[in-house]
Design a protein around this ligand. Sequence first.
Ligand code: SF4
Length: 249
Amino acid sequence: MMDRALIFDIKRGCSEDGPGIRTTVFFKGCPLSCVWCQNPEGIERKQEIDLNGDVVGEWIDLDELLYRVRQDKPFYGSSGGGVTLSGGEPTWQMGFIHPFLKALKTEGIHTAIETCGLFNYARFQQQLLPWLDLIYFDLKLIDNFQSRRYTGCSNHTILNNFTRLIANAEIPVVPRIPLIPGISDTEHNLRGMADYLRKNGVDSCSLMPYNPMWHDKLKQLGKSSCYDRSTFLTPEEQQASLRYFRKQQ
Ligand code: SF4
């Protein structure tokens, strides 16, 4: 068990990371390094200093984090909300989020996690699954070469974990595909993903539109990326993505 977690943000009053009004906790550190990462301050598993001289990331112990998220408990109850674990990749700090989730469930608080899917399945099943109510599972690239190229990691474990979770979990597992122009929104990728989901008996998925606001955050960290798209998806690109995704093989 870890008694502290490295966290880079806690957002209160969220309405996008699950049902109702939620508090989203962003854990710092991710095994992937996507060239379009929307939360680049969440990738490094260590504190960083940005160009303003501000420290990015804070070590917080379990009691302190529970104290902070409990402050909105009345809103969770009245709205059907709760706490969402995000990042970065929260499962990278599994030794901490295990007791954190247990404590939340003991208090009757709804729990959700947003994961990139790259984790040890046995540990996830044993230490997290019993205390989760909802899983958002990101699926990015169906082709392993592309996955290595753009996320820095193979997709094998991610796809295996998704298949196992869909078969075994007794809670909702919601697949999400970020639409990254020229990378994940291609016909090849979206048709391949749709086929993979169908084979797993999944008939719905969230397509997440590209948001270029990460460029400013990356600059603030004094870093750069090889990916330079700086505009949102056009309506035509969004329509094309839907068409590719729905098209039968
Ligand atoms: S998995 Fe998510 S947090 Fe991790 S590098 Fe990719 S986009 Fe960023």
